[in-house]
Design a protein around this ligand. Sequence first.
Ligand code: 5AD
Ligand code: SF4
Length: 536
Amino acid sequence: MLRQLVKLTRSRNFCAAAAKTEKVRRSIPEDGPTLSDFIQKSSRKPRQAAIIPSIEKTSEYLRPEDLDGNKKTVCYVTYGCQMNVSDMEIVRSIMSSHNYIETTDRESADIVLLMTCSIREGAEVKVWNKLKFIQRNSKNKKHIVGVLGCMAERVRHELLEKKNLVNIVAGPDSYRDLPRLIAIANGGSNAINVQLSLDETYADVQPVRVDTHTKTAFVSIMRGCDNMCTYCVVPFTRGKERSRPFDSIVEEVKKLRDEGFKQITLLGQNVNSYRDLSSFDFSTQPTTSDRVPGFKTVYKPKIGGRTFATLLDKVSEVAPDVRFRFTSPHPKDFPMQLIELIASRTNLCKQLHLPAQSGNNETLERMGRGYTRELYLKLVDDIRTILPDVSLSSDFIAGFCGETEEAHQQTLDLMRTVKYSFCFVFPYSMRGKTRAHHRLEDNVPEEIKHRRHSELTQVFREESLELNKKLIGTQQIVLVEGVSKRNEQHLQGRIDGGVKTVFDGSNEKIETGQYVNVRITDATSQTLRAQFLGIC
Ligand code: 5AD
Ligand code: SF4
């Protein structure tokens, strides 16, 4: 049909532009074009070709041995969230499997890799400053500097424009390509790969963990985000949501259990939206979504597959002595079945992050969060009915586009109503590409953003102090993470609700990774003091 249409177009001269262009006419095969001819000759350039040095082309110049690190030294520098720490563990694994050796001596390292964050402008400013610092202060002037992660994806070629500042740029889905990018840089050219993937989860890469002495580990279970909150650059830097295969996660959890890990935090940009569709069977799957009723999304309901609740059920069962936490979730993905599961398992911590972002409906609407203040508060009530002692935390943005003083007061009011154990508060930072950048005005003056930021911080601290004081006199189980930074005689760890707890363990034989019973004796807004009662 397509073939006929094209022939018709040619013979009757329907398409004047094509008929006038000799080049186009000559490129049509005599027997008429096929669909693939059409696709290849599309005027839309595939993104990949513009960005990645062609693999075939470079393989003419690269030999397999060029991908071998030959024990060259690499220094890893990580900025940003826990997801970046986890990504760096993947990078460490890829690099060590290519014979690169880790060093902490940045000044003399052969290669310096920076895992970067783009969420706010300040995060990128830090990286630019570090790059200039590295350029000025390295003893090894022939070193290769690589920018990885979100900033690589967002800033791209601009990172390579300043002479001798950056040699390689690798987005969050191209870490497997690092040995090749480094080989190109060794040959004297800059190299960049910022192609995003629909299915990369690094499921088969065994992360190389540092700081294992705390006996706590992070396990990445999904990547990317489809929510498109209007202020957020993450969907553009980390791409579409995709979940790591269920069984590979369970295997990693079993391995960590066998190695003596006592706390595992499951990680993802939208962790509770996890859904492994690899064994999707239409005949046995439910047809309704498990999203919280009333909460909306910009994408069609996702149904079926193995969900976050199924995963949490499985991992908490196979590792009963391991405490599980997860971050960062979205409030829309907290079906009551998940809350009931958390209530029924002692090793699923009663600590939930429930990012609200604002307590004002118009602001929430402009943010594209998909819920109202009322729906959010109902969710909090429903959760507290099932988990009365749950400890809640949240994220808030101060001074988003169009936020009025009244809207800000409503956010303070939401904080007072919910009473969070911890809040992360950020002054709004307009990011390129986001819907807010295209459609809204960053019209709250900086000094007002900062005043609102400190008022939000002040209120959350008042509330968390009250919550923490209520714990005085109670018995809690603490997982010991190490020696207190302030006092070497004291040990520190976290109670089930996640609050940092310090106690005198100097007369006891207590090791990191042990659970101990304590009685809470004192509280600040951030920390609990406790008396040691015994090893569990
Ligand atoms: N400005 C300020 N804060 C932001 N966040 C995300 N994007 C921005 C931005 N442009 C915050 C949100 C999110 C957290 C990880 O970072 O609160 O939950
Ligand atoms: Fe950003 Fe919203 Fe996705 Fe969180 S849920 S990563 S804030 S777009």
